[in-house]
Design a protein around this ligand. Sequence first.
Ligand code: RP5
Length: 283
Amino acid sequence: MWNLAVAARLAAVQQVHLRPVFKAKCVTFVSLMEIVKCLHLKARGEVYPCSEVLRFPVPDDKVDWAVPWTNYNPVDYTAPALLKQPSWADPPYRNPCGRTGLKGRGLLGRWGPNHAADPIVTRWKKEGGKTVTHNCSGKPILQFVAICRKDNKEWAIPGGMVDAGEKVSATLRREFGEEALNSLELAEAERQGVKELINLLFEAGEMVYQGYVDDPRNTDNAWMETVAMNYHDETGDSVGKLALHAGDDAGAVKWMDIEKEQNLYASHTHFLHQLVKGRNAHW
Ligand code: RP5
């Protein structure tokens, strides 16, 4: 969608060459990239519009980012009107929760929000076929599938980054499969079975949290945001019975009792707190 919007804007400016492309029913990403490249001439004009700002001159053979150019020193310019932050303009990439003491992107790939998805798969804790209640609260104890992250050895929800163009619902399934069931290493037939089971359970999820994550990788200009969904196996007969196997970024995986003493990765303890409140479980 974004590429279509960009190309449409460029087409409106240029009027001419693009018409045939837009008449075609199927516009591919590759052809859009070509369009953008061949139009990239006015975007190198000497004086920037509505200003006296001069661009750093870029010759034809240096346009491509792939061509090394150590002396490239583009001019930094944002129009004064934009600095007043009108409602239609993007805010500068500024961490919405405030300063972090570090600028740049740190370990994160994108400026601004970096989108993740967190599947919280739960079941009731049982012993001898009976649901276990907590001595103090008298409430049933929920368990969730937790992974131990390889990067920092912290226990966490088996979440992950949403790939470009991927639907969040697909990320949730993929990450759970890869990290908690080691789907990447399974034989094809087995992987198919696991996929079907996940698809069944993940048909009915409930959103627990959406928004900013207090992730240690966050900076002033790049931060994590997530959608945390709960997939609950009420009887414990489907995923609740699955053999868990850590895979990909997970060093270990287990069913973990949910209780407030846990100190999980990033904001994951907070997500679980939201979840137990909704299910009236022990905390
Ligand atoms: C957290 O980082 C999110 O809540 C999600 O669990 C995780 C995604 O990052 P990776 O696990 O892919 O590093 O902020």
